[in-house]
Write a protein that binds this ligand. Structure first.
Ligand code: AHG
Ligand code: MN
Ligand code: MN
Length: 334
């Protein structure tokens, strides 16, 4: 039987990858793991608990109805970051503005975290996979002062680490610090994330496409042409067309495609002219992971990680997945 490597051991072993590392990033990743175990526990029992399912009765700044679990998860992660001491401020989908942490303890933190506490809200009440997405940057402002908007609006290329937690048939944490992608499965019997998917690589080409096809007539006609020509035809050498798979939880759709190969598309539409997904806490972290695994992420015209963000909740069209499939889809938009 081979040795079980826990996430904690793995993070500690990898600390030496970073010259002059003082252990703060390691502690921050461990804080995220602990918070996500608590959220996982809440998600697993939500149907049995009072006040866990259903709408919160409020909307976020993006006009979306907040679910109770969105707010519960948001508070759980904020608490972890606020009490950890490594983070001087955060931004999240559920908060209108970024949040500088004003204690001196937190002002001495080196990092900011941007996150989507619960991704796939529409699936919470129906027992379908949901997730958490996070993105970590070095602050730009001086240590000891309050976090600034500039700390938050950094291009994805500046990310120090990024990852996601998938609350699926098992709970998994997948992350990168720019040296490959590793996946850990939560073993509920010992309460530890254990290395299950070392050095994840995504296939160069896949046979799955994921898009909300209800939108196909309200987006760039090139997308319809791409899907009809490349996904819905039996192409040379194949026995059948590609398979359409759309969960409607970005984390879950992305994770499946990362492992099996595939393309995920959320284009600009006449309803959401800039796209639906948020650059800072949905697209950038997943783009970092995709590239580290050998895949690509773009707006259809521009590499996601190169974009200089202008607004906290900025949306972008999003194409992510297997390299050859993204390149092919992009060629239909030109
Ligand atoms: P969130 O629940 O964090 O607001 O994100 C929902 C996102 C994403 O997870 C998913 O892929 C997409 O919205 C689904 O949108 P449609 O219902 O428009 O397909
Ligand atoms: Mn989301
Ligand atoms: Mn969300």
């Amino acid at each position: 039987m081979s040795k079980v490597i826990t996430l904690h051991e793995f993070i500690m072993d990898r600390q030496s990858d970073f010259p002059f590392a003082t252990g703060e990033l390691s502690r921050l990743l461990s804080d995220i793991a602990v918070a996500s175990k608590i959220v996982s526990n809440d998600v697993r029992r939500a149907g049995l608990l009072e006040n866990f399912l259903g709408a919160q009765g409020s909307t976020n700044i993006q006009g979306e109805e907040q679910q109770k679990l969105d707010v519960i998860a948001d508070n759980q992660f904020i608490n972890a970051f606020q009490t950890g001491g490594e983070v001087c401020g955060i931004a999240s989908e559920e908060n209108d503005d970024f949040m500088p942490f004003e204690s001196q303890f937190s002002k001495n933190g080196k990092y900011v975290v941007l996150f989507d506490p619960l991704d796939g809200s529409s699936n919470i009440d129906v027992n379908v996979s949901i997730g958490t997405i996070f993105s970590i940057y070095h602050r730009k402002s001086e240590i000891g002062t309050s976090a600034t908007l500039e700390d938050m609006l950094q291009p994805g290329d500046e990310q120090i680490a990024a990852g996601y937690v998938l609350y699926g048939s098992s709970t998994m944490l997948v992350y990168t610090t720019g040296k490959g992608v590793n996946g850990f499965t939560l073993d509920p019997s010992i309460g530890e994330f254990c290395l299950s998917h070392p050095d994840m690589k995504t296939p160069e080409m896949g046979r799955i496409y994921a898009m909300n096809e209800g939108n196909v007539n309200i987006c760039d006609p090139g997308i319809k042409e791409y899907i009809e020509a490349k996904c819905q035809q039996i192409l040379e050498g194949a026995e059948r067309p590609y398979s359409g798979r759309y969960i409607g939880s970005l984390v879950a759709d992305f994770h499946r495609n990362l492992i099996k190969g595939g393309i995920y598309i959320y284009p600009a539409t006449t309803v959401d002219p800039e796209g639906k997904l948020r650059l800072l806490y949905e697209c950038n972290p997943l783009a970092f992971i995709a590239e580290q695994a050998g895949g690509l992420a773009s707006t259809g015209r521009e590499r996601i990680l190169s974009i200089k963000p202008e607004r906290l909740h900025q949306r972008v069209p999003f194409f992510i997945g297997s390299k050859a499939m993204i390149e092919q889809a992009e060629s239909f938009l030109k």
